[in-house]
Design a protein around this ligand. Structure first.
Ligand code: NAD
Length: 476
């Protein structure tokens, strides 16, 4: 049993003020294998005070000095990457081979990316506009609220640029997956990040999370999470006029145009969508296909799904693991029942527990065909391994269906040529689009349109979120 009884506040491990704890469950074995403090409002206040106290001196360091810390943090993360992969796999359920790449490798890569971005930012001259010099300065104290699906990546996507910018911060990770954040705090301590710059507080969103969002000494809140939580946090921050950055839900479309090679598009779409069992905000959960080719698409999709093995996340062999929690499993299975009730055609999977899985929050990866975009399963984010195949009558119809969503996070287009795919990509109301299998790029701006959020993370755009702009008017 791994017991964390302390929080990381003001550069020290300090006991939480209360005795309540959050138990961390391994979703594959259903065993409680760790616990962390359920912090109180007093703990939140102490963390904000520490971050406020550290801001002046941290923000006055040179950008290069701050970037030096980021470089050391990235190196320490790389050294501990096997431990991080195993830990996230145990708390979150992603099979270890993918966890090594995505849950440990990706956040390390993002931390490392801010070394180059920091060096470039340090070298840039202030812009001149007429008689003004325009300078950028850190926004101040930041609260970071993060989810469980790519837990360390989502923390690092905020922490790394905030450090470069000169901000100080309090991280409140998801209660399902808090353990990786303790490793990050240990690393901050080891590399000597000054006291109060990085603080870690664990606990429930509704209590300690809200305390961190209403606090008048917090200048900015960045949340990655559900649209409901993002909207609530914007309300909490409004009275004190905080900057709010929201990375929220999605229901992204994989638009396969008439001219596309479906033998490439469909298997790639299945593998991408099923990564992390569909618990990915950018998952392409609506596959929009030419109506005349739907049967071929279904055959290819089922074949691709059958090639993905499910099982024990500690084994190198598997692609699919359990859902993160019992409640997530129930939610997903309820949505599958809703799809059947709505009249969608079930072509793989179903709402029952998969055979042979009495223990663990496993669900059957599921594909529906003949889905109408107005159905609940096509409109709401399921956050599980459930694909909706939606037939379209023309390419224009496919794009209209793709845009008929409250969300606008991601998308994909497949066409005969990249130019044709790009032309369609420009018509999608989403923050990113992959064309003809283009890969995720951790240096490109990441964020959503519509109910998927506000603001951008990653790359230089991610740094800009943490900056205030000041115009200094010079005498003639
Ligand atoms: P969630 O909204 O339940 O929780 C996210 C975080 O918000 C947690 O730390 C939680 O404790 C906290 N929280 C919840 N209510 C709060 C409140 N009132 N005040 C303060 N904090 C509060 O989301 P989740 O279930 O952890 O994650 C899944 C969701 O996250 C999905 O909707 C998914 O699409 C979204 N997500 C978005 C992105 C993105 O970058 N756009 C990335 C990953 C996940």
């Amino acid at each position: 049993m791994r017991v964390h009884s302390d929080l990381y506040i003001g550069g020290q491990w300090v006991a939480a003020t209360g005795t309540d704890v959050i138990e961390v469950v391994n979703p594959s074995t259903e065993e409680v294998f760790a616990s962390v403090p359920a912090a109180s409002k007093d703990d939140a206040d102490a963390a904000v005070a520490a971050a406020r106290g550290a801001f002046e001196s941290w923000s006055q360091l040179s950008i290069d000095e701050r970037t030096d810390y980021v470089e050391k943090i990235a190196a320490a993360m790389a050294e501990r990457s096997e431990e991080i992969a195993a830990l996230v796999s145990a708390e979150q359920g992603m099979p270890i081979a993918n966890a090594r790449r995505v849950q440990a490798g990706l956040p390390t890569m993002v931390m490392q990316s801010y070394v180059g971005i920091g060096r470039e930012y340090a070298a840039a001259e202030p812009e001149r506009v007429g008689n003004s010099m325009v300078v950028e300065e850190p926004i101040g104290v930041c609260t970071f609220i993060t989810p469980w699906n790519y837990p360390l990546h989502q923390i690092v996507g905020k922490v790394a640029p905030a450090l470069v910018a000169g901000c100080t911060m309090i991280v409140k990770p998801s209660s399902e997956t808090p353990l990786n954040a303790f490793v990050l705090a240990e690393i901050m301590h080891e590399v000597g990040v000054p006291a109060g710059v990085f603080n870690l507080v664990t606990g429930a969103g509704r209590t300690v999370g809200e305390a961190l969002c209403v606090h008048p000494d917090v200048d900015m809140i960045s949340i990655t999470g559900s649209t409901e939580a993002g909207a609530r946090i914007a309300e909490l921050g409004a009275p004190t006029v905080k900057r709010i950055c929201q990375e929220l839900g999605g229901k992204s479309a994989n638009v396969i145009l008439e001219s596309a090679d479906i033998s490439k598009a469909v298997p790639a779409g299945i593998t991408g969508m099923m990564l992390n069992c569909g618990q990915t905000c950018t998952a392409l959960t609506r596959m929009i296909v030419p109506r005349s080719r739907q049967d071929e698409v279904v055959d290819l999709a089922v074949e691709a799904l059958n090639s993905l093995s499910m099982g024990d996340p500690t084994s190198d062999e598997h692609f699919l693991g359990p859902m993160v929690s019992a409640s997530q499993k129930t939610t997903v299975q309820d949505y599958i029942r809703t799809g059947i009730d709505e009249g969608a055609r079930l072509v793989a999977g179903g709402p029952d527990d998969p055979e042979g899985y009495d223990v663990g929050f496993y669900v059957q990866p599921t594909i529906f065909a003949d889905v109408d975009n107005s159905m609940v399963i096509a409109q709401e984010e399921i956050f599980g391994p459930v694909l909706c195949i939606i037939p379209a009558d023309s390419d224009d119809d496919a794009i209209a269906i793709a845009n008929d969503s409250p969300f606008g996070l991601s998308g994909a287009v497949w066409a005969d040529t990249d130019d044709n795919a790009i032309a369609a990509a420009r018509r999608l109301r989403t923050g990113q689009v992959m064309v003809n299998g283009g890969r995720f790029n951790p240096l490109a701006p990441f964020g959503g349109y519509k109910a998927s959020g506000n603001g951008r993370e990653l790359g230089r755009a991610g740094l800009d979120e943490f900056l205030e702009t000041k115009a200094i008017q010079l005498p003639a």
